[in-house]
Design a protein around this ligand. Structure first.
Ligand code: 26Q
Length: 828
């Protein structure tokens, strides 16, 4: 029924052909004969877009008419990947489009490959936002995303011959983006710098209000991206802001002959949305980043407020119509910004304004690593956002007064809880501001949410009560991360469950019905054959893109994620070296019992993260040596695949036998790729951390490979490292041996790796030396388990079957019901 509205032209093959050809001629201004595949992609995209537009307009119209409470997801990152395949599948149009393009001489999979990823994010946090948009639309929830339209997404990663990461820009908009709709009529002015002057009352006393004038004004222009739900008409919106100068350029300077000066301010306005910051969890303090954050929150709030005002309700009812989810602390300036609007423009008294604010915002925390918590220098804030700094001081004053009231005389507590951290310079603690300005605070997995309450926000739990703090375990969309990336497995599931995929893809708990089939040999054979073909698909991809030949009969062992010390790719590569050295020492007979293994790494390092880059260099050079060693290469090979992306993940994940999620316990807030691997029947090797724990709860501990120390031990172990260090030779001889081999130059460049190796020899903050032996033991258990292929495939089926909880549909419904209080809006 949801497709009834679709014009017949959009459903049958001749009509699709007609629409395609018409776009070739009139939109692309090209001839249908001798069209290249890129042109075919563009025509197909424009033709699909026509369908989306109808639904998107109808959805917006219905939301306006019905005026339900809406939720807004504010995220500086949306890691969307490609759109065409996803749109075709969500609209159930893939078959007819494949046929129509086939008749025109194109293979649909080749067409899909022509699309560039929309890579407006770093990693987990940005991809989570994209999954949540897919689920919101699929669940027919009135949710919009707000973000920035970066001209350049996450950098492209190149690997030099020495193994160094090099960065190149990602000009993703170069070939015109058919998925965005420029809304040049939707624009807001955003101010920076200038002066904030307190307004005085008739007696000359200062008030809560102020006037903010002068400084620089730039324009925020909207670009809308359509977000189709799966098997529904609902098509939501992702609004991305682009910065533009308010006036083209300064004609006075131009006429006076100062040409550079004339375009300078226009350049500085355009710079705001020019590039995504590539640091995940490290390196703050850049003025341009703060400008991005304010530019985006100010434009988004102005837009939200204008929409609310169209309903014609009193401002006090704002929280009855609007919920705003803050994706990490990046949009925290929305809190003082809404205060500014309510105080200075709406002229509300302080308490009324604060009441509205604290009922509107919801804050999701994504890290408890102290070094990753966002802080901004007070002098920078005062300079760039003088009015907001006043408001933050006022919030802090009232807040600390109430703390003092509850805990009289507890000066330490006031210091710990202040929004302003003392020091040179003073800094604003954004997580604290996000916490006290929000209705609810949540973490992204059970363990992580507990850690939020007991570590970084402990004082706030004591002060505000525990009920403000919750958990929403992350999820992933099964549309992209199963149906789209693993079509054969999707088809097998549908035929086995004897239901259309539209049913189980939107009710993922139905996968449980696969459990009995783990005992069915014929089913297991099909299941295993699909995994094998996915491994061959990956091998083919690597062969054509990198020219490398991969042994697809080996176990595929995959670790793909941002490079970070806490994620411990170093542990993995040292484990690989250990395996290599062990193989070298084996007799021929011993070797015959060894399972061949292919190890894959992929991931980007922040450009200024020296240790992470050294880890890449080590991986690349270990690969160079190991893959060239005729003695062992059939049993062990290693690949670092450059330029990890959503699209590459879609090929890697379905091909994995085992994937590694091996962060130091208590450091990985959740992880989401762990869920993707398991959904695709890959087993998990990991630490007792983040969402790994909940995955094990679902699939049973016998189906995962856990190792390493647990979270409560970590603090103590670090203390031991600092105050009672034991030489690594004594503590972990196996690891010491591996480190020594690297130091001795087995992989070339003897000296270059010393800074990396020394992080383990001295301090070892991420506890590699504590977990190495149990890691090696866990790898051996994986080998052992893989020998019994029947049992392995059973584990694989059981794992996938128990992944229902990790659908982002479940997660987004928890936000909708427990936090936002919004309801589904069926669009007929
Ligand atoms: C902040 C200020 C300045 C520059 C950059 C940043 C910045 C950018 C990105 C800080 C953090 C990020 C990204 C964090 C991230 O991806 N966190 C991951 O979020 C996932 C979704 O919740 C979790 O599954 C991961 O565990 C968590 O690491």
């Amino acid at each position: 029924a949801w497709k009834d509205n679709m014009r017949d032209v959009d459903k049958d093959v001749p009509a699709i052909t007609k629409s395609f050809v018409s776009h070739v001629q009139t939109s692309l201004a090209r001839q249908p004969y001798n069209l290249d595949t890129l042109g075919a992609y563009q025509a197909a995209a424009l033709s699909v877009r026509d369908n989306l537009l109808v639904n998107w307009n109808e959805t917006a119209l219905q939301y306006t008419r019905r005026a339900p409470k809406r939720a807004y997801y504010l995220s500086l990152e949306f890691l969307m990947g490609r759109t065409l395949d996803n749109a075709l599948l969500n609209l159930d149009l893939k078959q007819p489009y494949a046929q129509a393009t086939q008749k025109l001489g194109f293979n649909i999979e080749d067409i899909l490959e022509k699309e560039r990823d929309a890579a407006l994010g770093n990693g987990g946090l940005g991809r989570l936002a994209a999954c949540y948009l897919d689920s919101s639309a699929s669940q027919e929830l009135p949710v919009w995303g707000y973000g920035l339209r970066y001209k350049y997404g996450i950098f492209q990663q190149l690997i030099s011959p020495e193994g160094n990461q090099l960065e190149a820009p990602d000009p993703w908009l170069d070939n015109q983006n058919p998925w965005e709709l420029p809304r040049l009529d939707v624009a807001y002015e955003v101010r920076f710098y200038g002066n904030a002057e307190r307004v005085r009352d008739e007696n000359g006393n200062t008030t809560d209000r102020a006037q903010w004038t002068g400084g620089q004004e730039v324009l925020a222009v909207a670009y809308d991206v359509m977000i189709p739900g799966s098997y529904t008409r609902t098509t939501n919106n992702l609004r991305l802001w682009e910065s533009k100068p308010k006036r083209g350029f300064d004609l006075n300077s131009f006429n006076a002959g100062n040409y550079e000066g004339a375009v300078e301010s226009s350049n500085s306005a355009a710079a705001i949305t020019s590039v995504l910051y590539p640091n995940d969890s490290t390196g703050f303090g850049k003025e341009l980043r703060l400008k991005q954050q304010y530019f985006w929150t100010a434009a988004s709030l102005a837009d939200i407020l204008r929409r609310f005002k169209n309903i014609g309700k009193p401002i006090q009812e704002f929280p009855d119509y609007v919920a705003v989810q803050l994706n990490d602390t990046h949009p925290t300036l929305a809190i003082p910004e809404l205060m500014r609007i309510l105080l200075d423009d709406e002229e509300l008294p302080w308490d009324a304004a604060w009441q509205i604010v604290t009922n509107t915002f919801f804050y999701t925390n994504h890290t408890v690593l102290p070094e990753a918590l966002e802080k901004w220098p007070v002098p920078l804030m005062e300079h760039l956002l003088p009015r907001h700094m006043q408001i933050i001081y006022d919030i802090n004053l009232f807040f600390l007064q109430s703390v003092e009231k509850k805990f009289p005389g507890d000066r330490d507590r006031l210091g710990r809880m202040s929004l302003i951290e003392e020091g040179f310079p003073k800094q604003v603690r954004m997580a604290f501001l996000a916490c006290i300005g929000s209705r609810k605070v949540n973490g992204v997995a059970e363990l992580h949410s507990e850690l939020v309450k007991t570590t970084i926000l402990k004082d706030f739990v004591e002060f505000e009560g525990v009920s403000k703090f919750g958990n929403v375990t992350n999820g992933i969309t099964p549309r992209r991360w199963l149906d789209q990336c693993n079509p054969e497995l999707s088809a097998l599931i549908s035929s086995t469950l004897k239901v259309d995929k539209s049913v189980w893809l939107k009710d993922l708990y139905q996968l449980e019905k696969l459990l009995p089939y783990a005992e069915d040999a014929a089913f297991r054979e099909k299941w295993a054959a699909i995994k094998q073909r996915n491994k061959e698909r990956l091998a083919h991809h690597v062969e054509t893109t990198l020219g490398l030949t991969i042994n697809t009969h080996a176990m595929f062992d995959v670790q793909i994620k941002r490079l970070h010390e806490y994620k411990r790719q170093t542990l993995n590569i040292l484990g690989v070296i250990h395996r290599y050295l062990t193989l070298k020492n084996m007799s021929k007979e011993e070797r015959e019992k060894v399972n061949p293994r292919v190890v894959f790494f992929a991931g980007k390092a922040a450009p200024a993260y020296y240790i992470a880059k050294l880890t890449i260099r080590l991986i690349v050079n270990v690969a160079r040596i190991i893959n060239a060693d005729a003695d062992t290469k059939d049993l062990l090979s290693l690949y670092f695949l450059p330029d990890y992306s959503v699209s590459l993940a879609e090929v890697l994940i379905p091909a994995s036998d085992i994937s590694q999620h091996i962060s130091t316990a208590g450091t990985e807030a959740s992880g989401t790729s762990n869920m993707k691997f398991c959904l695709n029947g890959g087993l998990l090797l990991g630490t007792v951390d983040g969402a790994n724990i909940e995955i094990a709860e679902e699939v049973g501990e016998s189906n995962v490979f856990f190792f390493g120390h647990l979270t409560p031990a970590v603090e103590d172990l670090r203390y031991q490292h600092t105050y009672h260090p034991v030489p690594i030779e004594e503590k972990c001889p196996a690891l010491a041996h591996v480190l020594n081999q690297v130091s001795a130059g087995l992989f070339g460049d003897a000296e270059v790796y010393e800074p990396l190796l020394n992080t383990i020899r001295q301090g070892d903050h991420y506890l590699l030396s504590d977990d190495f032996d149990s890691y090696i033991a866990a790898l051996a258990m994986v080998d052992e388990a893989y020998l019994d292929r029947t049992e392995w495939v059973k584990k694989s089926i059981r794992t996938s079957a128990k992944m229902g909880k990790f659908s982002s549909d479940r997660a987004i419904n928890e936000y909708a019901e427990s936090y936002w209080n919004i309801e589904a809006q069926h669009i007929s």
